[in-house]
Design a protein around this ligand. Structure first.
Ligand SMILES: Cc1cc2nc3c(=O)[nH]c(=O)nc-3n(C[C@H](O)[C@H](O)[C@H](O)COP(=O)(O)OP(=O)(O)OC[C@H]3O[C@@H](n4cnc5c(N)ncnc54)[C@H](O)[C@@H]3O)c2cc1C
Length: 412
């Protein structure tokens, strides 16, 4: 009987185990936590955004992006969606974002664990894999309990984002010891920090904006959506989607700054000037502050006026040209220098990891060590917010499991 060990019982490891199990092989999950899928439980604010209808590859990022089209093929997407239906998940689809109908991530986690158990997968919890060696075409794993020998292994240990869920980056060390290289790992889908005296004043504001990331003065990417202004900086989905570039850029000592358009319905500074003039004519006897407070959060207005040095009783027509132009700049392209990203602990995922060129994109098997597989976030792929990281975890887990299954004596 062939022995298969899946190291890590998270999103991709659970799927890999289900697909790998046949009547004639022994499949075991080695999971350090007391339960499997701890991270899955906190995804999507506890609702688990497990898929996205828009699977355009532009939502995925990797140093070897071209290889993704094989792994994330339309056929594989269709197959994994069928799998979720077959394990009983009814989707609730909102603007293309998939959630379980229950609105509870536990529906997904429980369905996966149950399916693994029904298939006959052995789940060894509280089992931390500390080291792996190869000997006579087998893998010998040192764990916190005993040594475990397997013929095939899947490393599904995740990245080093949010280590309280069990993924602390140890998988990278295991991979390196087996001869793989690692593309530097940085936090991604994470908030950004700055050093400004006004931060405490705007803390707690949520507002719709257009944000653009600049690197050494060059525009890199623009996002539209809700931003959260915090006492350390800026957060929210549109900021998360820029953060991978910021983390990598800061490491390369690039100057990273974000511009924020607080009036996203106006596309140029001239439109902003025209709008202010029009508002001032239409709404009589108002100070600049009163005019703006009809559209923007009052705490934000106070911050903007303070920076523009406009007093609370000043009207638009009484402002100097300099004050007017400063205010227009602040409203249309508020400049925010990023000092650093938030920590790995606060990040949802990581960029970097095991290079895709070291992996067979059809099977997730290592090109370096036979019978060794990698799935999920440990690979050098990170997705945008919106279900892409779980999508990648599910599909890579499925491909590894299917390959193991197809090579077992009884592939039914
Ligand atoms: C707060 C938060 C919200 C998120 N929301 C979403 C979302 O809504 N949609 C989305 O697509 N993505 C989301 N993600 C990202 C998504 O959860 C991950 O990309 C995905 O879980 C990665 O799957 P994985 O199998 O690679 O790793 P994980 O799910 O992290 O699983 C790795 C497992 O390996 C175990 N492990 C690690 N090292 C060892 C070892 N040495 N020995 C034994 N076991 C080990 C860990 O305990 C863990 O259980 C979110 C992430 C966070 C942190």
């Amino acid at each position: 009987m062939e022995k298969v060990a899946i190291i890590g019982g998270g999103a991709s490891g659970l799927i890999a185990s289900i697909y790998a199990k046949t009547k004639t092989n022994q499949v075991m999950i080695l999971e350090r936590n007391v339960t499997c899928g701890k991270k899955v439980l906190i995804t999507g604010n506890g609702r688990c955004n497990y898929w996205n209808e828009d699977q355009n590859l532009k939502h995925y990022h990797s140093s070897h992006h071209i290889l993704l089209s094989t792994t994330l093929s339309a056929k594989n997407q269709e197959e994994i969606l069928t799998f979720f239906r077959q394990i009983g998940i009814t989707p609730k689809i909102k603007n293309g974002y998939y959630y379980p109908f229950s609105n509870q991530a536990v529906s997904i986690q429980y369905a996966l664990v149950l399916e693994a158990k029904i298939k006959g997968v052995e789940i060894h919890t509280d089992t931390l894999v500390e080291d792996i060696m190869t000997k006579d075409n087998q893998f010998i794993m040192t764990t916190n309990k005993e040594d475990i020998i397997a013929d095939k292994i899947v490393i599904a240990t995740g990245s080093k984002a949010c280590s309280k869920t069990g993924s602390d980056g140890q998988g990278y060390l295991l991979a390196e010891r087996l001869g793989h290289s690692i593309i530097p790992v940085e936090p991604a889908l994470v908030s950004l920090k700055g050093k400004y005296s006004y931060l405490k004043k705007w803390n707690g504001i949520r507002t719709d904006v257009v944000v653009t990331l600049y690197e050494n003065g060059n525009a890199i990417k623009t996002e539209k959506g809700e931003i959260q202004l915090t006492d350390y900086g800026i957060s929210g989905i549109c900021i998360f989607n820029l953060s991978r570039y910021v983390a990598i850029g800061l490491k390369q000592l690039k100057k990273e700054y974000i511009t924020i358009n607080f009036l996203p319905f106006l596309t140029s500074k001239q439109e902003c000037i025209d709008w202010l003039e029009k508002q001032n004519k239409q709404v009589k006897n108002r100070t600049v502050g009163e005019l703006l407070e009809a559209t923007l959060n009052y705490k934000l207005v106070a911050v903007l006026l303070k920076i523009a040095k406009i007093s609370s009783n000043q009207k638009w027509q009484n402002c100097t040209i300099k004050q007017q132009m400063t205010l227009v700049d602040l409203l249309h392209s508020f400049h925010f220098d990023v000092q650093e990203t938030n920590t790995f602990e606060k990040a949802q995922v990581c960029s970097g990891g095991i290079p895709l060129i070291e992996i067979n994109p059809h099977t997730m098997e290592s090109n370096i060590v036979k019978n060794l597989y990698f799935t999920g976030e440990i690979l050098d792929v990170d997705g945008d917010c919106g279900g892409y990281n779980l999508s990648f975890a599910w599909i890579t887990g499925m491909l590894a499991g299917k390959d193991i299954r197809s090579k077992s004596n009884d592939s039914n």
